[in-house]
Each structure stands twice: as C-alpha cells, then as structure tokens.
Design a protein around this ligand. Structure first.
Ligand SMILES: [Zn+2]
Length: 450
C-alpha cells in the first residue's frame, strides 16, 4: 500500500473531461475497499452489536487502518478511540398501593433516572387525572418536561397507549448522563381521589462502555475549519432464533447473523478509504476528521456523544455515509442525500460532478431520514450535516435482516459511490466552498424525567 501511483480508475477516466476538479486521481484501492467491507461484514464479527466483544474487534480494526493510513488522534487525545459510558435504568421491583388497595402490576408503569424511590405521602406529589378524551401523549410530554414527582391516573380508555408507555419504560431508559429530576408513576383505570399511598420502586442502574473511533488529517488551515466524514460501524448482532424463524423451510440452514453488510459496513469502508485517499493526496486545505460511530442502531448514541465533544462552528460540513452497498434507483453507484433542502450542500457538491452523476435529493421523504441517522446529531447544532446513500429504500427487503450480507453487495456500485464522494467533496476539502448552515433545533425534545 506504499505505492504513490495514482490509481486512475476507469470511472474517473471516463468522467475526467466532465469534471471541473483539478485532480481526478484516486488514491484508494478497490481491493482495499472490498477487503475493509468484507472483514467488517464477516460472520466473525457477528453483526457488530453494541457492547459485544466483536464490536470491539471491529473498533480495533478501524484503529489499525487509521494508524496505517497515518491519521492523528483528535487534538488533546492520545487515542483514536473515543470511549464513553452509557447508562441504563430498568425497573426491577415495583409495588403501588392507593388508599390501601394494592394495584396489579399490569396497571402500573414507572420511570425515573434514579436507583429507586418510595412515596408515602401525597402532599409532595403532583397528581394528574387523564380523562378519556384528553391527549395522553401531550399531557405526559408536558409533565416530563416539568420534572418533579408525578402520580398520573389514566382513564381505561387509554389502555392501548398506556401499554406502549409501560413497554417503553420496562425496557429501561438509556442515557449518556443520568440526571435524577423526578419520577412518574402511571396507574391505569383507578377511580377516585387518592388520599393515601404506598409506592416502592427499585431500579437496576447499569453503566457500560461504548467506543467511537475518530481520526484527524490536519489541513494547511486552522483546525477550526474542518470537514467531517463519518459512518456508523455498529449493527444488530445475532437473532436468538425464535419466533418468525419457525416459518423458514426446514431444509434451509438458519442464518442468525445480522451482518449489516450494507448497513453499514459499506459506509464504514467508504469512510476508511476516503481517509486513505486524502492522506495519500496530502494537500487538504481544511482539516479532515474521520469518525466511525458506535450505537447508531440504539438511537444515534455514538454520534450524540461525539457531538458533545465538538465545537459545531468548527465543522464546515459533515458527510455521513449510510448504506452505499447497493445500486440506487438512479443507477449503479449514484447517490442521494438527506435534507437537501436544509443547506446548499447539494448544489455545492454537484458542481464537481457530471450531470448524469449528480447527487439527488432524498427520494423517500416520508421516511423522515434526515433525523434518523448520525448526521442529525450535528445538524441539530447547525452543522450542514447530511447522510449519503445509494440504497433504493423502496426495494430494500434485506434491510435489518440476516440477508444484509456480503453476497448481496454490489462492489462495482460501491466503488463508484466512493469515487463520486471524492469528486464531489473537492471544493469542501480544498476550502474553495463553504455550505450554508442548517437551522439549529431548540433542544426541548429532551424531557427531565425520561
Ligand atoms: Zn440500521
């Protein structure tokens, strides 16, 4: 991999004349790209589930690649690994009696970020009745934002919605930081005024470690002006092999590994090889940051943590790569991006691409994808942060199944997608262009209790 020979691909050669970029050489190798993706998607890594030992092996692999590429750790850190804690709070034992009458567990749901709580008196609680015609979701949202201790008596008419909250709370909260700002006890179908009560709740609080992998390629300019290339490297792990699997033909050998080849070994491989390309090129004006995020599948957790460690104003753009393992509806290797209307990045990137390879706006607007991937963690802070994919979401039966595996990837298409990303990103990397900022979100979505 020491060769400095530009590996001018057929694609780049074909588009040479149409492309306004001054340097069309590609300094990454098709075989390396294929090797990175194949390794991350292999059965050995058992679907790279967060907290598994295999995701740590994947992280080590990314560290090794960053090292051989010659990236540096983020300023002020010694390691490519950005390690952090994730806390979970799960109800362990719950007993509730109202006016001397024990309430069956099926009618109770509790939530708080503490190790537990007990209430014997009503005077320091807020008691709220939610009638049959009230908006349960909206009422709970308001109480959640207020914080404090709440007993919520819910009319039987809301039984279905109640059991959804019960499920959600019983599965446990996961938080980057625990803040005990109150508790909520929901009781379904209790008639009458509550004068006395006896509530005892014990929660199990667990803390586990997660790892993002982040490397930097310093630019000629200051590191207050950076471009971030990213992809999540976690996936869903293995299925336990129950339920739906019975439907399978008995002759068919049961595949329980969710390899996440498209989602998102493909994006991670692309990110690694973009790093390879720019490191060999060695003339980036802007500082480039490369991030492999963990726990995207658990709710964008790795990127949320990463965002907290960054000054968003220092990030000129974020190119998040998601599922480029299959040809798009626009043609092999062609890309679409989320949130094209939220900044002018699309037009800026397309300047360097031939017309037939232009990056398209997300053709699946109903899926609300802009806020469903890691780009959202930085976009909500104002960064022009977008996700780029090739996957035809309308025909994507392998999505989140064991069939998202190597055999179903199209490496021709992947290679072209990475090539297009290199070409499109040229004005960003050379600091010839700066996209407009995304309107930041006010963070009132986050409640105090859960
Ligand atoms: Zn996924």
């Amino acid at each position: 991999m020491k060769t400095k020979l530009p590996l001018l691909s057929l694609i780049a050669a074909a588009t040479l004349t149409a492309c306004s970029s001054t340097n069309n050489a590609l300094y990454f190798e098709r075989t390396q790209l294929q090797q990175d993706i194949s390794y991350l998607a292999s059965d050995d890594l058992k679907g790279r589930k967060s907290f598994s030992k295999e995701i740590d092996v994947a992280a080590d692999y990314i560290v090794e690649r960053f090292t051989s590429i010659g990236l540096q750790p983020m300023p002020g850190t010694q390691s490519f690994k950005q390690q952090f804690n994730l806390h979970s709070v799960t109800p362990k034992s719950v007993s509730v009696a109202l006016d001397g009458q024990p309430i069956a567990a099926e009618r109770v749901a509790t939530v708080s970020q503490s190790a537990g709580f007990s209430w014997q008196q009503t005077h320091d609680l807020v008691i709220t009745h939610i009638s049959a015609d009230a908006d349960l979701r909206e009422q709970l949202r308001k109480l959640n934002q207020k914080g404090g201790n709440h007993l919520v008596l819910i009319d039987k008419a809301h039984e279905e919605a109640f059991s959804r909250y019960q499920n959600y709370f019983n599965n446990g909260l996961t938080k980057l930081e625990l803040k005990d700002q109150g508790a909520m006890v929901l009781v379904l179908g209790y008639e009458g005024e509550v004068k006395g009560l006896e509530v005892k709740v014990a929660n199990e609080v667990k803390t586990q470690q997660l790892t993002n992998v982040v490397g930097v390629l310093p630019g000629k300019r200051k590191d207050t002006d950076m471009v971030l290339f990213s992809a999540h490297y976690d996936h869903l792990g293995e299925s336990k092999g129950e339920q739906g699997d019975h439907k399978q033909e008995e002759s068919e050998e049961q595949d329980t590994i969710y390899n996440g080849a498209n989602d998102n070994a493909s994006g991670t491989g692309a990110m690694l090889n973009l790093a390879q390309h720019y490191a060999h090129l060695g003339d980036n004006e802007r500082t480039l940051m490369f991030a492999a995020f963990t726990a995207e599948e658990m709710g964008l957790i790795g990127s949320k943590h990463f965002a907290k460690t960054q000054n968003p104003d220092a990030i000129a753009a974020m190119i998040n790569i998601e599922m480029i393992g299959k040809p798009s509806a626009f043609g092999s290797g062609n890309l679409w991006m989320t949130g094209a209307d939220k900044s002018d990045l699309q037009a800026l990137l397309n300047q360097s691409l031939p017309q037939e390879d232009h990056i398209q706006a997300n053709p699946y607007p109903k899926l609300n994808l802009f806020y469903r991937s890691d780009n959202a963690s930085l976009a909500r802070l104002g960064v022009p942060a977008h996700s780029f994919s090739s996957t035809d979401m309308a025909n994507n039966d392998h999505y989140h199944t064991p069939k998202d595996e190597l055999a179903n990837l199209d490496f021709e298409s992947i290679y072209k997608s990475v090539t297009l990303l290199v070409m499109a990103s040229e004005p960003l990397v050379s600091a010839k262009a700066t996209p407009s900022r995304v309107a930041p979100l006010k963070d009132d979505a986050e409640g105090k209790i859960y």
